[in-house]
Design a protein around this ligand. Structure first.
Ligand code: 13P
Ligand code: SF4
Length: 310
């Protein structure tokens, strides 16, 4: 009979002995979020990774997030509990096809969402996240054509907010694109007193029903501050953990996807588990490694993002 491992206790001990910091995204399972030193959206996590003095960054999120941490803080060892934790947006924008897309628009200013590979970032002028995309696109020189990749829905939302015309890469997120407008409207009828909050990766048909649109962190801040008591939340269901912790007396209803399930979870984010987190710290693998030339090329547009969003 195998002995039970107390993952939470062992992870805390490993964290101290390795001088590690655990960073987690809001879409991680609750147990992982509760063990993290910092839980945030992709911008806050990139800023935390850039600033940390810890020897090891244990990144509980998806591959592009851990890659961003390594690009911004190369002296640290970056561990990711499951290297297969990818992202549909990043996967649907292969560097070769992206290069061809760029070549069709010579002289354009290239804005890429952080949900992209290092190779795509390296071909971009500036990176954005969902929390700073509007602010950053507003700073792009007005005389330049803008290419935006890889999320067409975020791109369309940014176009609406900035009044800026952009050429969009036709990508989308497999989690946010399957929210059902019909089921959302039914929920609104059942709960007329609820406010709807949604992530800008959702389709425009869904976003038009939202009272507030923002990044995961912005949605969290909004529901905590709002005087309303009930919210329909249109993003990955992991964010509900921090919403319930921050406002235990409020009601949060996860918006349903169009696949018969009650709530919507990112299959990539959920590859990370408490057991894999413990194992990756104990064995110091899988580690995020990348060629220095690629890291340096991807650093400049990320650095520009941090400066433009300050
Ligand atoms: P945030 O930047 O809002 O955390 O979003 C990241 C993400 O992957 C959304 O699907
Ligand atoms: Fe990528 Fe969508 Fe998962 Fe976010 S929710 S990591 S965009 S697949």
């Amino acid at each position: 009979m195998g002995t039970e491992v107390d993952y939470a206790r062992e992870i805390q001990e490993l964290k101290r002995s390795m001088n590690a910091v655990i960073l987690a995204h809001y879409y991680q399972e609750s147990e992982v979020q509760d063990l993290a030193d910092f839980v945030g959206d992709s911008l806050a996590l990139a800023q935390a990774a850039a600033a940390t003095k810890a020897d090891v960054i244990v990144f509980c999120g998806v591959h592009f997030m851990a890659e961003t941490a390594k690009i911004l803080n190369p002296a640290r060892q970056v561990l990711l509990p499951d290297l297969k934790a990818g992202c549909s947006l990043s996967d649907r924008c292969p560097p070769g096809a992206f290069k061809a897309f760029k070549e069709k628009h010579p002289g354009a200013f290239v804005v890429s969402y952080v949900n992209s590979s290092a190779a795509v970032k390296a071909m971009s002028d500036v990176i954005v996240t969902s929390s700073n995309a509007v602010k950053i696109v507003n700073q792009v020189p007005k005389d330049r054509q803008v290419l935006f990749a890889p999320d067409q829905h975020l791109g369309r939302y940014v176009m609406k907010q900035t009044g800026r015309d952009m050429v969009l890469w036709p990508g989308s997120c497999i989690v946010h694109e399957i929210f059902s407008e019909k089921r959302l409207v039914q929920l609104k009828v059942e709960h007329p007193e609820a406010e709807v909050v949604a992530h800008p990766e959702c389709e425009a048909a869904v976003l038009r029903h939202a009272d507030f649109i923002g990044s995961t962190k912005a949605l969290l801040d909004y529901v905590l501050k709002s005087p309303k008591e009930k919210f329909i939340v249109v993003t990955e269901a992991g964010i509900l953990h921090q919403m319930k912790k921050g406002a235990p007396d409020k009601t949060f209803i996860p918006a349903p996807p169009d696949n018969g399930c009650a709530c919507n979870e990112c299959p990539y984010m959920r590859l990370n588990t408490l057991e894999k987190l413990w194992r990756c710290m104990k064995d110091r693998t899988p580690e995020l490694v990348m060629p220095e030339e690629l890291r340096e090329a991807a650093r400049a547009p990320l650095q520009r993002m941090l400066e433009w969003s300050a």
